[in-house]
Design a protein around this ligand. Structure first.
Ligand SMILES: [Zn+2]
Length: 305
């Protein structure tokens, strides 16, 4: 616990429109490791300042608003939660007090934040890190299921469901900038499947995001704004499926073999990463890669009975 590190930093990105501001939070239990990096955004439109995700604790939002204080004058503050995972909405309680603001999300995000599992996760994280003591779970106050459009005047923000990573996950499209906020629907170096049942939905969402032909893609994890990330995620899942099908054509692996999935498929994390290796939490992505293979194998085995 003494060695934990938490940093909040604004991120400069000259490729993006100046109305789109990036912020990054780093949380690590080992100072020499990059740990978990999660991004949040502030969109400065004529009418609204829109905060997209609230990171991991209210202090993050205090720091973020400190960076954009001048922009708040004359603009209504709005908050969006991309989904109910802890690293995206645990700063929500900051928007109950002096900076009270509506919090917009998918209806299922509200349900997830109100569920006992969310409280359980908070108790768990409090034991691991000191940064969660000020966190209070605050559910979204405006919810939708199909589509919600924020007309900011100069910028339009179209929110729509992008399920897969989680069932409540949404993405946002700003047509004036051809900018897609994919949040956790795309991720560098690789995305995170949670169950065999979500494999298909995740891929449908990726194809849909690709078809929008964005000029910029913002992912919550992975420090990239390149639209190539969507294609890279699609290729990655295709490659796991191809190798899994090849294996299953010869034999059905035993349960204990699926436990070491990357080994079983002969598809190590290093091969996935290629030359793209900076600031990556190896332990996390090695485990995520293994889980992804496991979920795709089980999904294919279920499909073939
Ligand atoms: Zn996340």
């Amino acid at each position: 616990m003494q060695n934990t590190v938490k940093e909040f930093t604004p991120v400069m990105n000259s490729e993006l429109d100046s109305r789109v501001r990036l912020f990054r939070c780093r949380l690590s239990d080992r100072p020499d490791q990059p740990g978990m990096l999660v991004d949040a955004y502030a969109l400065i439109t004529e009418r609204y300042v829109v905060i997209c995700d609230t990171m991991i604790c209210p202090e993050d939002m205090e720091a973020l608003l400190g960076e954009i204080r001048a922009e708040l004058a004359g603009r209504q503050l709005l908050v969006i939660n991309s989904h109910a995972d802890w690293d995206h909405c645990w700063g929500n309680s900051y928007f109950k007090g002096q900076f009270a603001a509506p919090i917009i999300a998918h209806e299922r995000c509200r349900m997830r934040l109100l569920a006992e599992e969310a409280q359980e996760k908070l108790r768990e994280n409090r034991q691991q890190f000191p940064y969660f003591h000020s966190v209070a779970l605050v559910p979204p106050t405006i919810t939708f299921t199909k589509r919600l459009v924020i007309h900011g005047g100069d910028l339009t923000i179209e929110l729509f469901p992008a399920p897969g990573h989680q069932p409540d996950h949404i993405a946002a499209w700003i047509p004036e900038l051809r900018l897609l906020m994919a949040f956790d629907a795309a991720e560098r170096p690789l995305l995170c499947l949670n169950t065999p049942e979500t494999v298909q939905e995740t891929r449908v969402t990726l194809q849909r995001l690709k078809a929008m032909q964005p000029r910029h893609v913002l992912c919550s994890h992975g420090q990239t704004t390149s639209p190539m990330i969507i294609e890279a995620n699609i290729r990655y899942l295709d490659e796991i499926e191809r190798r899994s099908r090849a294996l299953l054509a010869t034999r059905k692996p035993a349960d204990e073999e699926i436990g070491t999935a990357a080994l079983l498929l002969g598809y190590p994390l290093e091969e996935v990463l290629g030359d793209d290796r900076d600031a990556i939490d190896y332990d996390f992505y090695r485990q995520t890669h293994d889980n992804n293979i496991r979920h795709i194998l089980r999904w294919l085995m279920q499909a073939s009975g």
